[in-house]
Ligand binder design. Structure first.
Ligand SMILES: NC(=O)c1ccc[n+]([C@@H]2O[C@H](COP(=O)([O-])OP(=O)(O)OC[C@H]3O[C@@H](n4cnc5c(N)ncnc54)[C@H](O)[C@@H]3O)[C@@H](O)[C@H]2O)c1
Length: 257
């Protein structure tokens, strides 16, 4: 199971959902984990769960849209662990359920800022550190980075993550940098981001959300955070040593239809 033994991993948005499950699984598989989140208490909770399970992790409050905050996180990681080998750019926001015509420009900017600018900033910092010893960068995009959906800002941001990933993968490969960069494209995964959809349906319940979304997944269920975490671990580890610029689709068949 020790597929990332001795590696140091930074997971953004590690205080909830997919980020928390990924932090826990990376730890179980042997990594030292730096759990970052704009919600510092949530990051602390993840670290406490990892400690209870016998792992080693540190929490850092971190807004991925801030270049200065990224510099602090990288410096703290290097100070604590000497290097780092895995970056999971997971932090993200959904962006609401308004009609396209009613999307406020501020909301567009906010979604692009967290979901795309944040991944750019983290990836740039990681390439600077990893260029000698190498590493793996895992960017959490979405099925909404591959096919159209109702939320233009979310769609555009996740499509941007998909091609940013390929661009940096090609850059690293063609410049001899031993860094792999891949994206993951989850279908609907039951996390607080998806639970929130109930509030967009008048009188809606969580069961309504499940009933609405489950039929879009031929496998017959929604995903759980651990389903994506397993993909994160695979791309973080040397098991995926010939993969870069790839898209790992974990969607219960959503995009196969
Ligand atoms: N849940 C799904 O169905 C689904 C599907 C495809 C892709 N994704 C993507 O997976 C990632 C994780 O989503 P999730 O479902 O676990 O959501 P979540 O809401 O449970 O967790 C997101 C985390 O990101 C943090 N965050 C938000 N803004 C931040 C910022 N500016 N800086 C740092 N942290 C910030 C939040 O505090 C939260 O802890 C996101 O990028 C999301 O777009 C989710």
């Amino acid at each position: 199971m020790n597929r990332v033994d001795g590696k140091v991993a930074i997971v953004t948005g590690g205080g909830s959902g997919i980020g928390r499950a990924s932090s826990r699984l990376l730890s179980e598989a042997g990594a030292e984990v730096v759990v970052t989140d704009i919600d510092g208490d949530a990051a602390d909770e993840t670290v406490a769960e990892i400690a209870d399970a016998g792992g080693s992790a540190v929490a850092i409050q971190h807004d991925v849209t801030s270049e200065a905050a990224w510099e602090t996180v990288i410096a703290a990681t290097l100070e604590n662990f000497g290097s780092f080998h895995v970056l999971v750019n997971n932090a993200g926001v959904g962006g609401g359920a308004q009609l396209f015509e009613d999307t406020p420009f501020e909301m567009w900017r906010q979604v692009m800022s967290v979901n795309l600018d944040g991944v750019f900033l983290g990836t740039q910092q990681a390439v600077k550190v990893m260029r000698q010893a190498g590493g793996s960068i895992v960017n959490i995009s979405s099925i909404m980075g591959m096919v159209g959906g109702a939320n233009a800002a979310y769609n555009a941001s996740k499509g941007g993550v998909r091609l940013l990933t390929k661009s940096v993968a090609v850059y690293c490969g063609s410049n001899g940098l031993p860094i792999r960069v891949n994206s993951i494209h989850p279908g609907y995964i039951w996390t607080p981001m998806i639970e929130k959809i109930a509030s967009y349906i008048p009188g809606g319940t969580e069961q309504d959300v499940r009933d609405l979304l489950t039929p879009r997944h031929p496998i017959g269920r929604l995903g759980e955070p651990i389903d994506v975490a397993k993909g994160v671990l695979f791309l973080a580890s040397d098991d995926s040593s010939f993969m870069t610029g790839s898209e790992l689709v974990i969607d219960g068949g959503y995009t196969a239809v």
